[in-house]
Design a protein around this ligand. Sequence first.
Ligand SMILES: NC(=O)C1=CN([C@@H]2O[C@H](COP(=O)(O)OP(=O)(O)OC[C@H]3O[C@@H](n4cnc5c(N)ncnc54)[C@H](O)[C@@H]3O)[C@@H](O)[C@H]2O)C=CC1
Ligand SMILES: CC(C)CC(=O)C(=O)O
Ligand SMILES: [Mg+2]
Length: 351
Amino acid sequence: MNKRIAVLPGDGIGPEVTAVAVQVLKKIGEVFDHQFTFEEGLVGAIAIDETGNPFPDETLQLCQSADAILFGAIGHPKYDNDPTAPVRPEQGLLAMRKALGLYANIRPVNTFKALADASPLKREIVEGVDFVVFRELTGGSYFGKKGRSDDRLSAYDTCTYTHDEIYRITKLAFEAAAKRRKKVTLVDKANVMETSRLWREVVQKYAAEHPEIELELMFVDNAAMALIQNPRRFDVILTENMFGDILTDEASVITGSLGMLPSASVGNQVALYEPIHGSYPQAAGQNIANPMAAVLSAATLLETSFNLMAEGKIIRHAVEEALNFGYVTKDINPDKFMSTTEVGQKICDFI
Ligand SMILES: NC(=O)C1=CN([C@@H]2O[C@H](COP(=O)(O)OP(=O)(O)OC[C@H]3O[C@@H](n4cnc5c(N)ncnc54)[C@H](O)[C@@H]3O)[C@@H](O)[C@H]2O)C=CC1
Ligand SMILES: CC(C)CC(=O)C(=O)O
Ligand SMILES: [Mg+2]
C-alpha cells in the first residue's frame, strides 16, 4: 500500500513522541511491505517562531493533500505565562481543526491489564474499564465569539451550537454504540445552559428513532464524579467540546497516565490522529515523555484511515507486551523506567 502521511510534531514533547510513532509506522511498513511516506509541517509555537502564523497555509495544503495526519501537541510556556500575547499556539490547533472539518474527536479509554495498579484509583474500580468519548471538536465556547470590553475589564466567550453540529456527531456516537454495548450517555449542563438543552433535544429525537440504543442523560458535574466512582458504567459518552476536553484528561487517571490516551479527530475528509495530552513543556527535550498515546494514535490511523486492521492490532499488541515486560516511562513506574526512545525501540522490537 502507498500512503502519504502528514506529520505535525508541534511543540514541547510533541516532536519526541511523534518521532516514536513514525518509527513504529516505518517498522510496520517494513514488515508488511507498505510504502508510507512522511512529510512534516509546522503548527503551534514553532510555526509562530518560523512564520509568524500558528497554522501556516503550507501546513493546511500538506494536510489537505495527505492520506492521513499524525499530530503531536502544541503549546509553550512563553504564551501560557503571557495572557496578553495576541498570537497563540492554541489558535493554530483550533484553526487546523476548523479548516479540516474535524468535528468529532474520538477518545477511547481502556485499562491495560498490566496497568491496573498504575492508577491511583483502586484496582477493582479500574479493571475492565472500556468506554469511548465522542467529543464535539469544532463548536462551543472554544470557537464562539470572544472578546473584551473597551476598558478590557470584562471578557466573554460565547458558547454556540447548531442543530447540524450536534446531529452529525450524535450519528457517529450512536453508530459506535451499535457496535459496542449499545448505550450512549449524553453529558451536558442542560439544567443551566441553553446550548445543552439544544443538545438534549437533538439527541433525544435521534434516540427515539434508534430504540435499540439506550440513551442516558447526565449532568457534567455528576459525570465528573461517576467517571472516578464507577467508570465501568459508561459505554459511549457523547458531549460538547469543553466538557469532553476536561473529562478525558480526568479519565486518563483510570488508565494510569495521560501519556496513554490516543485519539482520532475525524470529519468528512482527511482524519488526524493525536495523543490527548498537551506539549508537557517541563519534559521537553528530556527523553522522558510516554510515547504510547502517540503510538496508539498511529495504530488508530492505520485502522481507521487505511483499513489496516492487522497492522493496527500488532502495534496494540506490541504496546501491551512493552507494558507486560515493564518497558515503560517514568509516569507509569517512577522506580523503574526507560526513556522515550528506549520504550519506542522495545515496541518496534515486539513488532
Ligand atoms: N492537543 C494539544 O496540543 C494540547 C495542548 N496543550 C498545551 O500544552 C501545554 C501544557 O499544558 P498542560 O496543561 O500542562 O497539559 P499537558 O497535557 O501538556 O500536561 C499535563 C501533565 O500530564 C502529564 N503528561 C502529559 N503528557 C504526558 C506524556 N506523554 N508522558 C508522561 N506524562 C505526560 C504530565 O504530568 C504533565 O504535567 C499548554 O501550552 C497547553 O495549551 C494542552 C492540551 C492539549
Ligand atoms: C489546547 C486546547 C485548544 C485543546 C485541548 O486541550 C485538547 O484538545 O485536548
Ligand atoms: Mg485537552
